[in-house]
Every structure is written in C-alpha cells, then in structure tokens.
Design a protein around this ligand. Sequence first.
Ligand SMILES: Cc1cc2nc3c(=O)[nH]c(=O)nc-3n(C[C@H](O)[C@H](O)[C@H](O)COP(=O)(O)OP(=O)(O)OC[C@H]3O[C@@H](n4cnc5c(N)ncnc54)[C@H](O)[C@@H]3O)c2cc1C
Length: 321
Amino acid sequence: MPVSVRRYSTAPSPPSPPPERPSNRLLPLTAGFVLLAGGAYLYLAREEPPLLGYDRWTPVKIKSITPLTPETSLFRLEVPKALLPPGLGSDPSARPILSLFVKEPNLQIQRAYTPLTSSSFNPSGPAELDLVIKRYADGELSPYIHRLGPGDELTVRGPAITWYYRPQDWDEVTFVVGGTGVAPAYQFVKDMLSASSIDTPKVSIVYASPSPSRILLKDSLDAFREQDPSRLSLHYLADRLDPNTSSKTAPQDVTIAFPDGMTLKKLLGKKEDGKRRVVIVCGPEGMVEAVAGPRGRNFSQGRVGGVLKELGFTEREVVKL
Ligand SMILES: Cc1cc2nc3c(=O)[nH]c(=O)nc-3n(C[C@H](O)[C@H](O)[C@H](O)COP(=O)(O)OP(=O)(O)OC[C@H]3O[C@@H](n4cnc5c(N)ncnc54)[C@H](O)[C@@H]3O)c2cc1C
C-alpha cells in the first residue's frame, strides 16, 4: 500500500522554472478548487470534536448552577467526550481520583477542582460533569467562577490524576475531609460503588463541617452508605449547631466535635499491625495541618505530623490532597 511521507531533505533542489501566468481558461478551475478546499476545511473544522486533554484548554458550557450553601454551588458542565489521561488504562485495577483545572481566560491563574464522578471522563460515561466550588470572597479564581451563569463557558484542562488506589497496596481507605474537601471522597466512593469489581477496599469517611447545615451532599453520601454499609462507614462532625437549633432538632448522625486527637482516636482507632490502611486528608489548610502536619515545600507532602502522627501513621500511610 503506498504510504505518503513527508521528507526533510538537505540535498539542494533543482532551480525552479520561472512562474507562468495562469491562462484565463484555468481560472474557473482554480476558483472551483479553492472553493472546494475551503469548504472541506470548514467541514473538517466543524467535525473535529473538542476533546478535553491534560495539555490543552477547552471551553465547556455551564449547564446549570445549584446553590448548596451561601458560599458553595454545584456547577454542572456539559463535557465533550474526553481522552483518558495517558497510562490510566494500563492498570485496570487502579482507581484514580481525578481533578480538572479551571482558568480565568484573561489571567494566568488556574486552580484544581474535583468532579463528583470520574466516569464523566470515560467515553461511555455521562456527557456532563459536576463540580462543587466554594467561593472565597478574597480568592483569585472562585469569585470569577461564581459570577458566571448557565450558558456561560468555563475554560478547563484535564483530567489530572490526584491520587490512585491499587488493591495490592491497601485494604482500607480512610478519608478525613472538611468542606469542599469531601469531593475526592465522594468521587472515589461513587465510582467504587458503580464498579462491578469486587476488588474494592473498605472505605471510611470522617467529614468535618462548620455546622450541620453546611454538610455538603449529605443525602447522596447517606444513600451511598445505604447501598453498601459493609464497605462504607460515614462519620459527620460539626464544629457547632446551627443558630436556632438544639441538639434535639439537629440531625442525630452529626457529632458536635472538631476532628481533633480525641475524636479521631475514637473514630479511626489505633493503627493495627497487618491492616494496610491509607488516610487521605483534604480540606482547609488549617485542618490538614492539625490532622496530618504541614505540607512540605513546593506543594510536596512533607512529614506526617498532627493527630495522625500521634496515632502512629507514617509518611507512606498518609496522603495530603
Ligand atoms: C487537587 C485539588 C482539588 C481541589 N478540588 C476542589 C473542589 O472540588 N472544590 C473547591 O471548591 N476547591 C477545590 N480545590 C481548591 C481550589 O483549587 C482553590 O484553591 C480554591 O477554589 C481557592 O481558589 P481561589 O483562586 O478562589 O482563592 P485563592 O486566591 O487561592 O485564595 C484562597 C484563600 O486562601 C487565602 N490565601 C491565598 N494565598 C494565601 C497565602 N499565601 N497565605 C494565606 N492565605 C492565603 C485567600 O485569602 C483565600 O481566603 C482543590 C484543590 C486541589 C489542589
């Protein structure tokens, strides 16, 4: 079969003949060719799917925005079918937590966000993607995102792998999360429960919020637990009760406590020999530091500190997202 290749030659080319003036008879033919080529270009450009990718920015449309709390909303995006990140398919037992970068179109700032399910990146998954985004009044990017409305576009890049689980590494995955830091735990559990494989870990989530009404996605999380209580345990913590509520009217499955040493010791228990457990910590910086110690330089993990160090967890067993 003939293969057309493009050659790069260092040999000198023969001198070109002087250009001939096109005869008038050729003009209609040339014009027809130009029109045909232009039409083909426009047709191909129209048909090219705007795939998401780690190395390119793609505008995607905001389909709807649902407020969850005064500062936090769920942004549903319309996604074109995406390419999976390179290497993702090489180990089918690996379960990644994926994130997506969003940027402000006119400024060079980008921030990572965690979709509620990674199956949106799968060609056979849903053609929409949900991001739960908190607005920081003095933040650079989140106020811009919150000013957008349905029909507007967000410029995104990804997916990127935030962390991945492999059954040969861990028997149990524990999340200690706060605020929108629940998103990676949510994605991991939702994808795990919808997978047909039985090769899945036990998962526990300790989810800290300022008050019971600020617990995000609670109904869905409760439904996940009902779906498989043997594999998923959930513990909700709140710093305080909401105004005008009492411990009698507050949800009974929320404990008023901080994720401090005493509480986590009770919920996580002491580290057991022979039990391969990883603890993923994700939330406001102060919470991550208190639970797992400060991050290292240049966003590296740093040493394990805080409560998890007191409970005996090592660097290998703790991940700060
Ligand atoms: C992998 C990953 C996934 C994430 N997923 C989500 C998600 O699903 N949802 C979500 O809402 N967020 C998520 N985040 C956080 C998100 O990326 C942004 O950090 C967040 O939206 C704030 O961005 P911003 O530009 O609005 O605020 P920033 O400008 O980054 O500021 C945020 C806050 O920090 C303070 N601040 C900024 N710089 C400093 C400093 N040097 N010292 C002290 N304080 C400072 C600001 O005053 C402000 O209150 C994720 C982060 C990562 C790394």
